[in-house]
Design a protein around this ligand. Sequence first.
Ligand code: CP
Ligand code: NVA
Length: 338
Amino acid sequence: SSVFQGRSFLKEKDFTPKELEYLINLGLHLKALKKHNIPHHYLEGKNIALLFEKTSTRTRSSFTTAAVDMGAHPEFLGSHDIQLGKKESVEDTAKVLGRMYDGIEFRGFKQKTVEDLAKFSGVPVWNGLTDDWHPTQMIADFMTVKETFGKIKGITLTFVGDGRNNMANSFLVASAMLGVNIHILAPKELFPEQSVIDTAKYFAKDSGSEILITDDIDKGVKGSNVIYTDVWVSMGEEDKWDERLKLLTPYQVNMEMLKKTQMPDDQLIFMHCLPAYHDTLTTTTHDVYEKYGLTEMEVTDEVFRSKYARQFEEAENRMHSIKAIMAATLGHMFIPEV
Ligand code: CP
Ligand code: NVA
């Protein structure tokens, strides 16, 4: 049993800062077990439902491989496979799934859907990304920060791009909880919502984290250890390409921007949650590249392939961190008070 048992992870503040730190460290521990081929069957005999309204490579694969590595059975339920939201309410779906599965992952549009799944299923529910938050990504990303710099508190991270999307929201709150100085570098039109800033400020009072929201590139990146970016148009808002390209083209992460951090090489990394539009080979967006005559978007191929880049370490850490989240909340695992 553990203090985490039976709890859901729907947004960062469902856990305390100390609990988030615990999950990051547990992820690093489970990564070491995997590396040394040591079995970690903390979910023996469990059944896990994986609900996806939006597409996914990393999150789906992480939950699947994590579940199997830990002895559980994962079942993928895409939006075209089940009745959810079409022939059946979220409440009824949750009540049924909760009687069959021991835990539920949900990726989709509304935060309310994942909240309702947790409310009505009676089993732990994990948010694999909604329009508002991407909490499991935070555990992986701060594992990556800790592996690189040996610490989390006191690090400065700049999130560049759409300051109102799920990743920006999650970084504002998670960074403030963990004592990471967080800069949101975005055009004014895409500054974060006040309610998210207020939540971050509340946690920053205790953690000492500094919060900076700016549209000034020099100020936004100076002194930063991590330059982080994400797609300019998130899943579900594909009608916004014109607006976003106009607003965000000046905020492309390139070598010139990295230089503006004025950081020594061993104190600077580039991160991206992926998927990324960094070259014209990204087939799904080919028409967008053609229409706008662009060859690269939120990050240049040069930065993406540079020595600063950590996006594939991050991607791997999704699996280890998702193991930690599932093992802590559902696993046969003793965790003393955190
Ligand atoms: N970073 C991330 O969530 O990737 P997917 O959309 O591929 O799951
Ligand atoms: N902001 C992106 C994140 C993808 C992992 C999206 O929601 O599409």
